[in-house]
Design a protein around this ligand. Structure first.
Ligand SMILES: [Zn+2]
Length: 396
């Protein structure tokens, strides 16, 4: 007689197999595979010609300021990125100064603060995070030019307005996240140990993301022998806490709406974003093709400097964002061979929501790579890549 556990799993298998619609297991025909390959290329072409929505206004084309900026940009393809940061400087800094100067410490002050926060965040948060991201990977203004100081705006001046302590992003994202590609134990923001379709696991990740990072980041830099960065991260954090304390003493309303609410909101979005981008991770030897996924031809890509091409970004973090669609087209067969997951007409945010809701079949319908897998095989790949990963957590 078969042991009870074997019987139950056999019954469960029969039940789950019976509940799988027969066409889900059907291998795609050559024509269907070719159609998906073409859909990949079409999606990348659409991303290539889509309007840039990261900024609202630019300097008059051909005017003095426009030409001046062109002469200082390290790479002319970063004009939209400059415009995005310039817009934030022109709109959000005066609004924050206004809040400091005029907000009373009462309910009207809170109303002003809420107005400031909503305007600032709705207009700029999404695009700013990605502008900070890409300008941390590649220098924005030329070294030695008269606008070189503008390189400091995103990581030092605008950062605390968006809930990120000044000077910390480079260490967190470039040194910790990219050098260790979402792998434990070095990348403290790694998603590997979690069951990544479980909201409770995400809640733990989010809590750890913003509470422990103040200690973990300097500790990480020290352990990998980056002593200067470790020391500087302590200095930057001390300055940030002083700024919070002084502002609170000056006017609690300004501190709440100008610093604390942005901090809580952004840290949640950063945790949600990083968890989402590394929600599908293959166990075993990590490969960038299978430790993240691509979102093609979606609205998010027009607000985020094509952030959907995350496999390409991890493969080569120096690759210019404007080159993602073309590079994807060149590597489309490799994406399929490597079983990288690519979805069309959906961004990371919605893809994550589908994963948490267990709607992998809906996501499978949006998958264009790997195109040689049946719908059921795609679901199985996704399920396998959601499982927690254990590694040796000892740091040398
Ligand atoms: Zn990056």
């Amino acid at each position: 007689m078969a042991p009870f556990a074997t019987m139950t799993s056999a019954v469960a298998e029969t039940v789950s197999e019976a509940s799988i619609p027969s066409d889900w297991s059907k291998k795609p025909t050559k024509a269907e595979q070719e159609a998906k390959r073409k859909a990949c290329l079409d999606a990348a072409k659409n991303d290539l010609k889509a309007p840039r929505r990261e900024y609202i206004f630019s300097f008059p084309k051909g005017g003095f300021l426009d030409r001046y900026v062109d002469g200082c940009l390290n790479d002319p393809r970063d004009k939209p990125l400059f415009n995005m940061l310039m817009n934030t400087c022109c709109v959000s800094i005066p609004l924050l100064v206004g809040l400091f100067a005029f907000a009373p410490n009462n309910k009207w002050g809170h109303l002003m603060g809420l107005g400031y926060f909503l305007t600032h965040y709705v207009l700029f948060l999404h695009s700013y995070i990605l502008a900070l991201h890409y300008s941390s990977h590649r220098r924005l203004m030329k070294k030695g030019c008269s606008l070189e100081w503008f390189n400091l705006m995103a990581p030092y001046i605008l950062c605390p307005m968006f809930g990120i302590p000044s000077g910390m992003y480079y260490l967190h994202h470039i040194v910790m996240h990219h050098c260790h590609d979402n792998c434990i134990p070095y990348d403290m923001s790694s998603t590997e140990p979690y069951q990544r379709d479980n909201l409770l696991h995400f809640a733990v990740y989010w809590l750890k993301f913003w509470t422990t990072i103040f200690f973990e980041l300097p500790r990480f830099a020290f352990r990998v022998k980056l002593y200067r960065l470790s020391f500087m991260s302590v200095v930057y954090q001390s300055l940030y806490f002083t700024y919070v304390y002084k502002t609170f003493r000056y006017n609690p309303v300004v501190c709440i709406w100008g610093i604390l609410v942005p901090f809580m909101f952004t840290q949640f979005m950063l945790a949600y974003g990083n968890f989402g981008q590394h929600q599908f991770v293959e166990p075993g030897k990590p490969s960038n093709y299978r430790s993240t996924f691509n979102c093609l031809d979606c609205f998010d890509n027009t607000k985020s400097f094509l952030d959907g091409y995350h496999v390409l970004h991890h493969n080569n973090s120096r690759l210019h964002w404007s080159m993602f669609p073309e590079t994807f087209m060149k590597q489309v067969d490799k994406m399929n061979e490597e079983k990288a997951l690519s979805f069309v007409k959906i961004g990371f945010f919605e893809a994550s929501l589908l994963i948490y809701r267990g709607k992998l079949d809906v996501l499978a319908d949006k998958a264009v790579t790997p195109w040689d897998a049946s719908k059921q095989e795609l679901i199985d790949i996704m399920k396998a890549r959601l499982k927690p990963i254990k590694r040796d957590t000892k740091i040398d």
